[in-house]
Every structure is written in structure tokens, then in C-alpha cells.
Write a protein that binds this ligand. Sequence first.
Ligand SMILES: CNC(=O)c1c(C)[nH]c(/C=C2\C(=O)Nc3ccc(Cl)cc32)c1C
Length: 278
Amino acid sequence: MPSTLEDFEVLSTIGSGSYGTCKKIRRKKDGKILVWKEMEYGTMTESEKLMLVSEVNLLRELKHQHIVRYYDRIIDRSKTTIYIIMEYCDGGDLAQLISSSRRTGSFLDEEFIWKMLIQITSALKECHRRKNGKAVLHRDLKPANIFLDADKNVKLGDFGLARVLHHETSFAKTYVGTPYYMSPELVNNMSYNEKSDIWAMGCMLYELCALHPPFTASNQLDLNRKICVGDYSRIPLRYTDDLNAIISKLLRVEVHKRPSIEDVLHDSVVVRRIKRLE
Ligand SMILES: CNC(=O)c1c(C)[nH]c(/C=C2\C(=O)Nc3ccc(Cl)cc32)c1C
């Protein structure tokens, strides 16, 4: 039996991502706490609407402990709005965590950052596995799209929709961020690929260490230059050479030298750390 809006009670608005509004909801039949992401599709073309529906159906197949669980979707044609119902993540997102660490001047523990590296890599491995010959590339990996459950375990969310909503009307209206995580290949107008997700993961892990992105500039031209030459400083000296080494591999400018997800999971330093967390 498909869900309807009446099956849920809206409790609060908890965030507005790049592509819509997130609300905390309660499922009336059992009291389960969930979220839904409301996305207005009225300004989309027919082909983009079809892409959005197929994207959501594909994402619903992703069942993994470190990927936000998709439960259902509701389409309200009277409001041209889709409601994507997903798992509630009590711990909020990594962007909030970085902001509060920066505000209090307290760096994150290295053990926590290794845990993020291993769990995000595990989630991306599931996404990059071919499903019906189609990889689900995240395309918008950033701290605001990495959520945490009550035990501070990773829940990768908000994916795959970036490609659908890159059309002029809705993307231009909603996209406000500076593309700090844009990879060298994207700066050079090449196509997004699995290694672009790896680059973004490197930028994110760097930011967890330094509490700022690896590449910053006062204008897009300077930012692009720094990205394309790989001009960034070492992570703070409080972090080990092992952590610095793996992040440096993720931030290799040449795509063919950048490790794949499998390379990361088989890297000797990462294997050692996985054993420690088991
Ligand atoms: C201030 N907001 C929060 O602390 C917060 C909390 C407790 N949860 C969230 C967000 C989500 C959440 O809890 N589950 C989600 C599933 C998909 C997406 Cl795109 C977002 C979420 C947020 C933004």
C-alpha cells in the first residue's frame, strides 16, 4: 500500500539542502521518526521529471548500513512536489560538526576521522558497484550530505539528484555554494566519473582535519588554478603521516594516479586502521 501525506505528522523543519527542504516526520501507524525531503518539480521538463523518478527508484535499491535508507516517495501533483521519505539521522550532518569545531577551536580526533574515511569509502563502494550496468555516482559529496546516526556512524545521503537538478531553472535558483570540492577534471570540463567522488572525499577528509577546505580562493579563477595544480598545505601536524598520506593520494590531480574505491580499501594503512576499528 503506497504511503500518503496523511500517514505522517510533520514535527519540524530540520534543514534545507541544495535541492529542497528536509522535515522531521512521525509515521502515525507506529510512531517511527523519519524525514522527508520536499522537492518542487514544477519547473522541470518532462525528461527531467522522468530522470528524477528513475533516479529515486535506483536510489531506493541502495540498502547499506552507511547509506541513508530510502523508505518511500509521495508525489503531490496538486503542489507539483515530490516527498522522498528517508531514515532519520539523529547526529545531523558533518557540516554542522565542522562549524561547531571551528567555532570552539577544537580539532576532531584522528580516530573519528579514520572512522569517517572507512565508512564513507564503504558507502561509496556500494554506490560505485554496477547496478543494472549503472553506477550511482554521488556527484555532490560534501559535509552537508554526510549524516550521522546517534552513534556517530556515517549515513551518506542526498545523492544522485545533483545530475537531475542541474538544469537552469531549479539549479541556478538553488545552487549557492562555492564549488570548493570541484575536481581538476571537472574544472577542465571533462565528465564526472567515479574518481571525481574520490577527489571530493579527499577534500571532505581534509576539511575534517583542517576545519577548512584544501583549496580556497577569493575568486573562481584562483580556486580553479589551485585545484588544477594541487596547491594545498599539509593537514595540521597533530595528525599522523599515515592520515596525511592517504588524503594526499585522494587529492592526486591526475585522475589515473588517484586511487579507486577498491585501491583505498586495500591500502595497507587503511587495512591497518580497519583492523583497529573491528
Ligand atoms: C539542524 N539539523 C539537524 O541537526 C539534522 C538532523 C538531526 N537530521 C538532518 C538531516 C537528515 C536526516 O536526519 N535524515 C536525512 C536523510 C536524507 C537527507 Cl538529504 C537529510 C537527512 C539534519 C539536517
